[in-house]
Design a protein around this ligand. Structure first.
Ligand code: OGA
Ligand code: NI
Length: 353
């Protein structure tokens, strides 16, 4: 099994069902009440836009250098950007969005046919990073599946209904892998690393897909949809499955609410890229907040390095300088990541020298 989905999480109540059962007179259960979420301010202005990167320009010789500089800056200053004109067929994206929304609309019993099964991975319908009965819980449910390498797929977690779900995820997974491979090349070049070195590190492009369902809540200020975390990936693509926003990223001590362009991929660099780049690029913390009216549905596609690599700052990036992180095998890193609840960036911080 790939380290990317090795893990364990305690079963938790289904939040979609819970949210539906609450009425105006019943309060959010204590386990979901998160006063700590109110400590840091949310930026009051809405006009901060995430950098937008045009893939079509990146691959066009006439504009490539200019767009690659924008990409480098976005990676350095934000660790986040929106990827547009990415070439993933519109019709596939629209179909997949319908499929995912439809899956979450199914009756609970039907979704529970895909529930997590304590099989040593976090694949399936449920939640991740729940390690003790005492810990506070996120206001969301997820469906997590390993999509690549194809041989590692466990089809028992892949919904058969809607009938187009599997085929659309499969096609989408391939499109994203092409995109990931392309992005790897530009990230490598921007870091002064031979693209072959990155291609080797990300050999076969292991990929997992997590579909998130964040129900609305009558007391949205009390709950957190997705605890603050950085992703233990090379990079992650987030697709807004419906138009409901709620993703926030931590920047300069504030939370900034992302307003995603339609069908853009919100791309964020993960801990693996932070370490490989010796901290030139940062994996930025993000979280999801809830609103009163509408469910937010999102898809996160995680792109990881080859299972067997040693994780350390690349010599080409360090040059004559010093490494800012210690080295650890990727497998050990992932074990540490999944052995604790989601808590900011604690595993990367542990490796800092
Ligand atoms: C994730 C994640 C953001 C979102 O799944 O790691 O950060 O908007 N998701 O659902
Ligand atoms: Ni994330």
């Amino acid at each position: 099994m790939h380290s990317q989905c090795v893990g364990y999480s305690l079963p938790v109540p289904n939040v979609q069902a819970l949210a539906t059962s609450l009425n105006k007179s019943s309060l959010v259960p204590e386990k979901y009440v998160r006063p700590e979420a109110k400590v840091e301010p949310v930026a009051s202005i809405d006009d901060i836009e995430l950098p937008v990167i045009y893939l079509a320009k990146l691959i066009d010789p006439e504009f490539s250098n200019e767009e690659a500089s924008k990409l480098h800056l976005a990676c350095q200053e934000w660790g986040f950007f929106q990827l547009v004109s990415h070439g993933v067929p519109e019709e596939l994206m629209e179909e997949l969005k319908v499929d995912i929304a439809e899956f979450f609309r199914k009756p609970l019993e039907e979704k529970m046919a895909y529930k997590q099964d304590n099989d040593g991975t976090i694949q399936g319908y449920g939640q991740a990073f729940v390690l003790s009965e005492e810990q506070k819980l996120d206001w969301s449910d997820m469906l997590y599946i390993m999509t690549r390498p194809v041989a590692l797929r466990n089809m028992k977690y892949w919904p058969t209904s809607p009938s187009t779900f599997r085929d659309n995820i499969d096609r989408f997974s391939l499109e994203l892998t092409k995109l990931a491979s392309c992005l790897c090349n530009y990230i490598a070049k921007n870091l002064g690393v031979a693209p072959e070195v990155f291609a080797q590190l990300f050999n076969d492009h292991p990929q997992a897909i997590r579909c998130n369902y964040y129900p609305p809540c009558l007391e949205p200020d009390k709950v957190v949809g997705h605890s603050p975390h950085s992703d233990a990936t090379g990079f992650t693509f987030v697709l807004h499955v419906n138009d409901v926003q709620g993703l926030q990223i931590r920047k300069d001590g504030e939370w900034i609410t992302v307003s995603a362009l339609p069908n853009a991929f919100v791309v964020n660099l993960g801990d693996i890229t932070e370490i490989l780049s010796n901290g030139i690029y940062k994996s930025v913390e993000h979280r999801v907040m809830i609103n009163t009216e509408n469910a937010r549905i999102s898809l996160a596609a995680f792109h990881s390095p080859d299972n067997s690599i040693m994780l350390r700052p690349l010599p080409e990036v360090i040059g004559d300088g010093k490494p800012n992180y210690g080295s650890i095998s990727y497998r050990e890193f992932m074990k540490a990541y999944f052995d604790k609840q989601l808590e900011g960036k604690s595993v990367v911080d542990m490796l800092k020298l």
